[in-house]
Design a protein around this ligand. Sequence first.
Ligand SMILES: [Zn+2]
Length: 386
Amino acid sequence: MGILHSVLDKINEEEIVGLLQRYLKIPSVSSSEKLFAEAVYATCEEIGMDSYIDRHGNVISTLKGAEKGIKLACNAHLDTVGVGEGWTFDPYGAEIKDGKIYGRGAVDDKGQIVSQIMAAKALIDSNIPIKGELVLCHVVEEEVQNVSRKGTVKMLRDGFMADMAINGEASELFIQLACCGMLEVLVTTLGKRAHGSNPQYGVNAINQMCLFIKELNKLQPGYNKYTGYGSIVPGVIAGGERSSVVPDVCELKVSRFTVPGETGTMFYSQVLGIIERLKLEHEDFDARAELVYDSNPSIVSEESEIVKYMSKALKDVFGSDHPIIFKGTPQHDDADFLTNMAGIPTLIFGAGSNVIAHMPDEYVPVRELVEATKVYTAAFVNILAK
Ligand SMILES: [Zn+2]
């Protein structure tokens, strides 16, 4: 505990809060992360990491030990969603009230970036000898619903690899072992246009879509003990031009959150199955479906090294009787790509609640932010100290 305490002593609440406030004042909505990326790069250089901005705009910062050892990656995203309506705080004001820091990105994901950087700084400032390698990957366009544009995916396609990873997302200081996958299917029913006074000459694509939705709603999403139930949501529907014309086309976008064990292709085949069945049952029925977006759930074993290191870190910070409760998130995170594309065992950890991500008056509690930084620090020491 001697070494760990000398490192934890380097953690300074004011410094953590100050850095997050500075970051929250720099807007970084998806695709406009440049200024914020430069600020993160500057901080990482300043604290003594070897940092660069890659060709995609990701900030990659490395701290290398003298000897070979574990390569640990910490991932968090630079981009935020837009501000949206309904704020009572300035979304870029970084105001503190009742122990909470408010701002777009406070919990998703700038608070997590700050915890990772400040933990790396504590490790560097303590001067303890380390082995292996710590890499902070602060990536662009995580919030974009297009797999090939995501900073993490681009970085992995460039060949990035690590032995284990922590995906920094709000987890209320619980270790999350799993995240859900998210996909979207576009269903189009094809009818036949006719004058509204003579609907019998047409085929109403909206009515056809109603038949489809009725069957869709009978499907049961899967369950996982960490993430809970998956979900199936008919989210967007459009069809018809004017009420006096029988519509010939109706489109429905369905989102599907999948739990570990389920895949987008499984759901897509269920959708195609419904369409085939309806075609047999109704002479006029015609439809097609397209898997527009597909990302996978991720899961890491309770027995994996990273989970053991992180569990120990939690006990180091909160005491040996601190209960270790494994959870999961119903949202989709970069843990998917780290785990499924690169085979890097990845858990999700961070301050604050993911329920308030993307909402007005987004905040992170200062206490949790500092505690998360301590847990990251303890994990770094457990994994990297010689
Ligand atoms: Zn996030």
